[in-house]
Design a binder for this molecule. Structure first.
Ligand code: XMP
Ligand code: MG
Length: 183
């Protein structure tokens, strides 16, 4: 039987579950303040943002609607392909709605800049972005991100929804994956 623990493949832990929950409740408070008196639809980007959506949404004391999109910009590796495809579209008509896109991580920013353009063309009242993590490369793209949990170094990270080849999503913390795992 394989006794290895999934956390054994990390070279460090960047954020514990407690760190993440604390930061998400701070972001939720900012969102609540900014959207006071307005309806709000949060859109999670599958699959990485599942955990962020679950914990962010439960940090709100207000009503919030949730919907999901699935897009692909990565294969099963660690490099962006630059090609974005919709795998699952929204079920909600966002005309006149305030939309907040919820992401796990912005790396090159390619996925989100494409997604913002796509959703903006549907006539929403507003489209903003909330991401738990942002890498330095994202700063080179013109993506206006309203809510950022943490800026992190340019290494491949996993856990809390983030995967490498569909593994590690169920790790409670976020850590840096040992390069030996993917090289
Ligand atoms: P871009 O480059 O378009 O990519 O901003 C965003 C998507 O790429 C994935 N991604 C990662 N996934 N660890 C991961 O598990 C990482 O360090 C990482 N960097 C980018 C992720 O799916 C994100 O939505
Ligand atoms: Mg993602």
């Amino acid at each position: 039987m394989d006794a290895a623990h999934i956390a054994d493949d990390l070279i460090d832990v960047l954020f514990t579950e407690e760190d993440i929950h604390r930061r998400l409740s701070e972001l939720a408070a900012d969102v609540e303040r900014d959207y006071e008196g307005k309806d709000l639809l949060i859109v999670g980007v599958l699959r990485g943002a599942v955990m962020v959506m679950a914990d962010l949404a439960r940090s709100f004391s207000r009503h919030v609607e949730m919907d999901w999109m699935a897009v692909s910009s990565y294969g099963s590796g660690t490099k962006s392909s630059g090609v974005v495809r919709i795998l699952k579209d929204l079920d909600t008509d966002i005309t006149g709605r305030h939309v907040l896109i919820v992401e796990d991580i912005i790396d090159t920013g390619l996925t989100l800049s494409w997604l913002v353009r796509n959703l903006s063309s549907r006539g929403p009242a507003s489209v903003e972005i909330c991401t738990l993590l942002r890498k330095p490369d994202a700063l080179q793209m013109s993506v206006d991100v309203k809510y950022v949990g943490y800026d992190i170094p340019n290494a491949f990270v996993v856990g809390y929804g983030l995967d490498y080849a569909e593994r590690y999503r169920n790790l409670r913390c976020i850590g840096t994956l040992a390069p030996a795992v993917y090289s």
